[in-house]
Each structure stands twice: as C-alpha cells, then as structure tokens.
Design a protein around this ligand. Structure first.
Ligand SMILES: Cc1ncc(C[n+]2csc(CCOP(=O)(O)OP(=O)(O)O)c2C)c(N)n1
Ligand SMILES: [Mg+2]
Length: 598
C-alpha cells in the first residue's frame, strides 16, 4: 500500500470524524480488530466506548440520537458479535432513528468456505440477509476501493427521508486493504442535502380551510414532531388557532404536558379527555404519527378514533404511513416542520383568525369537563399508600422527583404503560421509550447513551426487573465510563405485563411469567441493590411509596451511578379510555367511559 493510501478502516473512521460523530459504541471480536485499530489511531478525534453486550451498544446509539440529535456508530464483530445487534437495529428502524452499524465479516478470500463464524449455507458471508428486515439498507464493500462510496452512501441513506439505521458490513481484509487517498467530504455530498420537503401548496390551502372551518379540531402528534425538531412550530400553530394537542406515546413531550392545550396520550391507556376529544373530533390533524394498534385502540372505532366521520389530515415524510390504517380526507407527504411553516405562513394571509380562535371556546370548555371527570377518576391512585408500592403512585413519585431537565428513559413492560400515563414531560426528550419494536433492554441500556449525549443532565432509567436482569452488564459500563445514570428497577417479581395478559385474557392460566423460589414458592429475584454494590455502584431498596421520590432525589444529588430497587405491586394494570385487542382472545374494556358512537 502506498504510504499516502488510507485503508478501509481508516476511511470509515475518517468519514465519521468528518461527520463529527463523537462516539462509537461497540464490542470487539476478531472480525473487527482492523476497525478498532483505525479507531485507535484517531482516539483524539472520536471516542470509542466498549460495552458488554452488542445490543447495549445499539440502544446507546439510538438514545444518543434521540437526545443529542446526532447519529453515532456502532462496531461489532463477525458472526455472533453482530448477531447480537439486530434487536437494536430493529428497534431503531421501527422508531425511525438513525445510527451506522459497522459490522465485521469474514475475509473475502474465505467467502463460501465455511470459515469460523461465516454464515455461508445459503449465501456467502450472509450477514446482510440476517438484517435485511431490520434496517434501512445494508452496504457490503468487498474491495478496499469500494469503501469510500459505501460509507458516503450509507450515511446518506441513514439520514435522508425517513431516517433509520444502516449497516456497513465489512469483510475482515477490507478494513486493512488500500481504499483511497482521501475520504469523501461531507460538505461535497451529504451536508448539502435537505429533506425538509414541503407539502403540495394546494394541500396546504386545503388543510388551512379545513382547520378554520372545524368545530372540534384536534392535533395528534408523534415521533415526527419530536425528532423532526418541529415542537416550537407546533406550539405556534396550536396557540394561534387554539387547537388542543394530543400525542401518541412516541410524541410524548412534543408539547409541554402542562400546557393548557395539552390533552394527553391517545392510546388504549390514554386519559379520557385525550381519547374522547380525538374520537369525537370533526377534523384530526395528524403530524408524524403512524396510528399503530396501541395508539388507536387496535383500530376499533369509537375508542381512540372514529375515522370517518372524523376527517383526517395526515402529514408524514413517509407516504407509506399515510392511509395505512385510516382513510384520509387529505394526505400530505411532507416534513412536518416545513409543513407547519407553510401553514403558519398561509394563516398570515387569512382573515377571521381571531374569530376562528375565539369560536374554539366551547370545544375547549367541553374538553375541560372531560379532564375534570378523568382527574376525579384517577385521584385515589395518587395517594395509595400500600406496600408493595401502587404503580400509579410509583409513577407519580418518580415524576415528582425529576427536575425539569431530567431525561427519563423507560424500558418495555407494564412500567412503561404507567409512566406514559402518569408522567408529565415538559420537553421532547423528557420521556423516551420504544414504541415500534419494543425490545426489553432498550431503557436499561439506552440511558447510558442519553448520558453521553447530555453529560450535565440527570439521566434516569425506569426498567422492569425482567429487563434489568437481562442486561445487568450495564452496571459495569456506567462504572468504566463514569456515567452518573440512575436505574430505578420497577421490581414486581414478574414479567408482569405478560402475566397481566394471562390474567386478563386467559382466565389466569399463569405460566413462565413470574419469578419464584423453588422451595418456598415466594417471589424471587436477585438482590439488585447488592448487585449494584458489587459493581461499585450505590444500591438501595425502597418498599414504601412515601420513600420513593426522596430516594430518587438523594440519588440525583450524588451525581454518581445509582440503583434504586423499588418493590412495586403488579395487581393493577393502567386502565384508560381506550382498549386493546388480542385477536382471537378478545379485547379489554375501557376503565373509564365507553365506546363513542357518532
Ligand atoms: C427482548 C424481549 N423479550 C421478550 C419481550 C416480550 N415482553 C414484553 S414486556 C415483557 C415483560 C417484561 O418484564 P419486566 O422487564 O419485568 O417488566 P414489567 O412488565 O414487569 O414491568 C416481555 C417478556 C420483549 N418485548 N423483548
Ligand atoms: Mg417485572
């Protein structure tokens, strides 16, 4: 190799540096030592973070983006090392979060020979097939000189249009093979691309006409508003026309939940005022939201939505999501922020805005009535004093203790359902969860990525006991990188969300969903607080509701990694005004109100 040539690994790392990627998260193996060597050379420019399970690296990259707004990269070895990654790829893919996964593969000279860790029985070096359904695209350069093209195209695919994770699968020898004298420059390629496309101007006019004529309008916001940086413009539009704003779980925090126009979560477990306003709306403006089953009460009409007769305006950057589940009165492919700019500009040229906003009084008063009814219904749960701790009280105590700039990363399970119902996020990144793929471990590990992205902000993971035990290796990573994250282990001695389904839908035929001691039959779990202490992290147990917020405040004050093992009851599920159907097994009943029939 001539001395001016960069090898494949060097080109990839140099490109990441040029894209100002601050961190790569990953785990070594023989398949990626060439890449790690390239990272070694540039350790002043890009930090390498080594973890103890590959999916942890993926979840960290994911949440880093959700907080920092900047894609990062992961590195994993060939074979099993990268086979531990798809769960994180799929999570990011379904939630439209970009990161670049650099996966190692066997040497090109050994393709199709069945070398150690080669997937070869269907096709040579076949990791791309493994992740085909799990990411936006796979690139597999098989010569050094293919790397520059692959890296710049991979980056472009990742960040343009609807973002998502991309895999750059690199055979062992390519990391060290001559690739180029110079790395592609982002400013000549990707930095100059904008995907902030606006909507068809006629569609904008029509949308404004519909909003101005509406008697009972609701705006529904999702992930596209949060991560599309559209929260400020959303607020402008909502206030300008006095339209209440509801959110899907992924849109939580797009508007301050204490804002008078904030309705709450539309979902099977969403509050009455949110579901009832959304299902009785005459016009629903849906922004960057994809109407999954949990948002829409399994698409059963009259619980979360009644479309039609509600007239739906659906705006999304990905036309695939428009009219997937509901008919549209107006479907517009657009970047949500640009669309909001267009609408606000169009409103400037319209008369009678003050009248439209003033005429909203009756609708907003009606909604306030729904809100009062719901608040009276849930009031007792906030003062429940039982031990194990009542889950509504637990969510409330956690929420109470968090300062305004805190980042709460939830895991998957019944605790997540309680948190999205009873926390009051102020900012788009106040409460982060996974709503597409829903892998256990997302919150346990993701909180580490949040802390890297926001070193000064308090970062707290609330996670199930099941998921924490699955991913307890994170304790070591927090110590090794001095990350003052806090885990609140929502310990209900069970895979409680699933046990709840056995109780609700299967007549209580419980199997394989709780943890018990073989001799006593008593609920069993390892002592998580002691486990934390064994890793060099403070760990405490909390059994009483009244102690939970105090314990969390004390943990936050240390600015050190910390684990709170909270003993929380699992007898109750978070009920709402919506429902959920498990086809073949039946559907749940709303905890409040009934089905709306227009
Ligand atoms: C990796 C993975 N395995 C299995 C599931 C299915 N699942 C969803 S929630 C859940 C229970 C989680 O238990 P825990 O972490 O204790 O949370 P809890 O529901 O008790 O709050 C399971 C097994 C999943 N989502 N992800
Ligand atoms: Mg549990």
């Amino acid at each position: 190799m001539s001395k001016n040539m960069l090898d494949g690994g060097q080109v990839i790392v140099d490109y990441l540096v040029r894209e100002k990627v601050p961190y790569v998260f990953g785990l070594c193996g023989h398949g990626n030592i060439g890449f790690i060597d390239a990272l070694y050379e540039r350790s002043d420019d890009i930090k390498t973070v080594s973890v103890h399970h590959e999916s942890v690296a993926g979840f960290m990259a994911d949440v880093y983006y959700r907080v920092g707004g900047k894609p990062t990269a992961t590195f994993t070895s060939c074979g099993p090392g990268s086979a531990n990654l798809p769960i994180a790829l799929a999570n990011s893919y379904l939630d439209s979060v970009p990161f670049l996964a650099v996966t190692g593969n066997v040497p090109t000279s050994q393709f199709n020979r069945g070398a150690f860790q080669e997937l070869y029985r269907h096709y040579q070096a076949d990791f791309p097939s493994t992740v085909r359904a799990y990411c936006k695209r796979v690139f597999q350069p098989t010569r050094g000189d293919m790397v520059p093209l692959a890296i710049r195209q991979a980056w472009k695919t990742m960040v343009t249009g609807r973002p998502g994770p991309v895999v750059l699968d690199v055979p062992f020898d390519i990391f060290k093979e001559a690739a180029a004298e110079e790395t592609p420059k982002p400013e000549e390629w990707n930095a100059n691309i904008s995907c902030r496309c606006g909507a068809d101007p006629e569609g904008v006019t029509k949308a404004v006409d519909m909003l101005l004529a509406a008697k009972r309008p609701v705006i529904l916001v999702g992930q596209g508003v949060k991560y599309g940086d559209a929260a400020a413009d959303l607020l402008r539009l909502a206030e300008r026309l006095r339209i209440p704003v509801a959110w899907s779980a992924s849109g939580t925090g797009a508007i301050d939940s204490r804002h008078p126009l904030a309705l709450g979560l539309v979902a099977r477990n969403g509050p009455y005022q949110a579901n009832h306003a959304a299902r009785t709306a005459d016009v629903l403006l849906a922004l960057g939201v994809r109407f999954d089953d949990r948002t829409s009460s399994s698409w059963l009409p009259g619980y979360s939505f009644t479309i039609p007769p509600t007239r739906l305006i659906h705006v999304d950057i990905d036309p695939d999501e428009i009219a997937r589940n509901y008919p549209v009165a107006l479907g517009l492919m657009a970047d949500v922020r640009t669309f909001l700019h267009q609408v606000l500009a169009e409103l400037e040229s319209r008369d009678g805005l003050a009248d439209a906003a003033a005429s909203r009084g009756k609708w907003l008063d009606t909604i306030e009535g729904y809100r009062r009814e719901w608040n009276a219904f849930i009031a007792p749960g906030f003062v429940e004093d039982a031990s194990p701790i009542h889950p509504q009280r637990a969510a409330h105590e956690i929420d109470k203790a968090l300062p305004e700039d805190a980042i709460l990363v939830s895991d998957i399970g019944v605790h997540h359902n309680w948190l999205i119902q009873f926390c009051n996020p102020r900012r788009p990144d106040s409460l982060i969860g996974s709503m597409g793929f829903g892998p256990m471990g997302f919150g346990v590990a993701g909180v580490l990525g949040a802390q890297f992205a926001a070193p000064e902000r308090p970062c707290v993971s609330v996670c199930g006991d099941g998921a924490f035990f699955m991913h307890a290796s994170v304790l070591g990573t927090a110590v090794e990188y001095d990350l003052p994250v806090i885990w609140v282990v929502w310990n209900n001695f069970a895979y409680a969300s699933i046990r709840g389904l056995q109780r609700g839908y299967l007549g209580g035929r419980e199997l394989a969903t709780d943890f018990r001691h073989p001799e006593t039959g008593a609920p069993y779990n390892p002592d998580f607080a002691a486990m934390a202490r064994s890793a060099g992290i403070a760990g405490v147990n909390v059994d009483r509701a009244a102690d939970l917020s105090e314990a969390l405040r004390a943990a936050l004050a240390t600015r050190r990694p910390y684990l709170i093992n909270a003993n929380i009851g699992a007898e109750k599920n978070p009920g709402g005004a919506g429902v959920w159907e498990l086809p073949g097994l039946g559907q749940s009943q709303p905890a409040f109100g009934g089905r709306y029939q227009p």
